[in-house]
Each structure stands twice: as C-alpha cells, then as structure tokens.
Ligand binder design. Structure first.
Ligand code: MG
Length: 253
C-alpha cells in the first residue's frame, strides 16, 4: 500500500469532485434509446472540459487487451468492463457506469448502477442493497481497519439480502495508478488481512448479483458477465483513510 501526502490528497479530492460531477451527468443521460457509445463520448467531453484525462482509455491490465474507451457500461448480466458501442439502452435494463480519471497526475475511480424504466422488485432490491453494501464497507474504514473488515461488512449486506457476491473481482488501491495494491475482496473475515493506515487511498467496489454470482470473461475479452445470466449491480467509491476515519473522495450516487 502506498501513502499519499496531504498535497496529493488535496488533488485527489479535486479530481474526485470532477469525477463525481461528470459521472452524475452521464448517469442523468442514461435513458432508453441512448447508445452506450454516446455515453462514452459524453464522459470523454466532460473529462476534457475539466482538464482531466480518462483513466481507462488505453489501460492494459497485465496479460489483457488495451481498453479503447473512457467509460465502462455494463448492462444486465454484464458485471463490469462493458465496452461502449452501438448498443441502445432499453427500458427495464440495469446499467452500471464505471469511470476513472487522472487529474493533476492522480487517479480516482467510481461507479454507479442505474435502473432504466420499470423493473421487478427483486431487481430494485439488488441495486439498492449493492449501494448499501458499498456504504457498509466505507463505514468500516479508519486506521487499523483490516481488508477483512471491509469485505465482511460488504458480505454481511449481501448475505442478509440473499444476493450473490462476485468473488472473481474486487476493489483496489488507487491514486498513483488506476489499479494499485492491495486487492480488496468483497468478502472476508473481520480482523484478518492487511491493516489500513492514514494516507492510504482505496477504491471499494461491491459487485452483487441475482443467481449464483459466478463470473467469467465474455468473448469480447473485456466484459465480465455472470455465468448464469443473473443480473448484476456495481457501486464504487474512492476513499482516503484519515487520522480519525475516512473521507469519501468521490460521491456515492
Ligand atoms: Mg475500480
């Protein structure tokens, strides 16, 4: 884990404010009939206007393909890393929007899930409780919190709601790069794992699903989908560990 200086945290705070405003605008534009590619272009424009740079565009994970967009748009059974394109969003769909940016050299990362039109009560519950799981994870953060504490708090909400946890993916350190150590699982044992200290910046990102929640990479080489087609939701925030607790650097929307 890397420790960010107060000056760096001040810049991450500004970057997080830009990112929160931009993702809120992209969320507002997420409506039936809009293509995912149009949402990506909107995100790119707003990032440019903010004097920032898209974090995911050109990002290549070790052994993976280079990502060619700014925004990830993951619909229904798509969990994360959905590539924007010609697909039109339809009523009754669940759309996860994940966006990262680099501002003054420092990275923040966030995600939200939008319900478009009318959906079943179970789907509304999936989305609401995935957000609650993020809030529960964030609420544990302070110096001395372990990664197991965060994971256990997220998992407690999922288990209570009988929602499946996507275990193949998790949160991560962030700031100097879009993905830093450590990996932050959305499950865990309280008190176990590395301990957080002040100045650590992490992205917490529960991904929950209806069905069994087993994920796999789709044939496009980017998108993670549920194996059983169960709908998935995803919320993410970048937070910094402070001397006394936690500060959320991006909004939770
Ligand atoms: Mg992330």
């Amino acid at each position: 884990m890397t420790i960010k200086s107060p000056e760096e945290i001040a810049l991450l705070r500004l970057g997080g404010q830009h990112l929160s405003r931009i993702l809120a605008q992209v969320a507002e534009a997420t409506k039936a009939g809009v293509t995912t590619g149009e949402l990506d272009l909107l995100a790119r424009d707003l990032i440019k206007q903010a004097g920032a740079y898209p974090a995911f565009l050109g990002y290549a994970p070790e052994g993976g393909k280079t990502y060619p967009a700014a925004l990830c748009v993951s619909i229904n059974e798509e969990v994360v890393h959905g590539l924007p394109g010609k697909r039109k969003i339809a009523n009754g769909e669940v759309v996860s929007l994940d966006l990262g940016l680099r501002y003054e050299g420092l990275y923040t990362d966030m995600a939200t899930t939008i319900i478009v039109g009318e959906v079943a009560a179970a789907v509304k519950n999936l989305v609401a409780k995935t957000k609650e799981a993020l809030l529960a994870g964030v609420a544990t953060v302070k110096p001395g919190t372990t990664l197991g504490d965060i994971g256990a708090a997220v998992a407690r909400v999922a288990e209570r709601e009988k929602l499946a946890i996507i275990r193949e993916l998790g949160g991560h350190g962030v700031g100097y790069a879009v993905h830093e150590e450590p990996l932050i699982p959305n499950y865990g044992t309280p008190g176990k794992g590395p301990k957080l200290i002040a100045g650590v910046v992490i992205a917490i990102e529960p991904m929950l699903a209806l069905g069994k929640g087993k994920a796999k990479l789709a044939p496009d080489g980017f998108t993670y989908i549920t194996r059983d087609g169960g709908l998935a939701a995803h919320f993410e925030a970048t937070v910094v560990v402070t001397e006394t607790g936690v500060e959320v650097l991006t909004a939770i929307i």
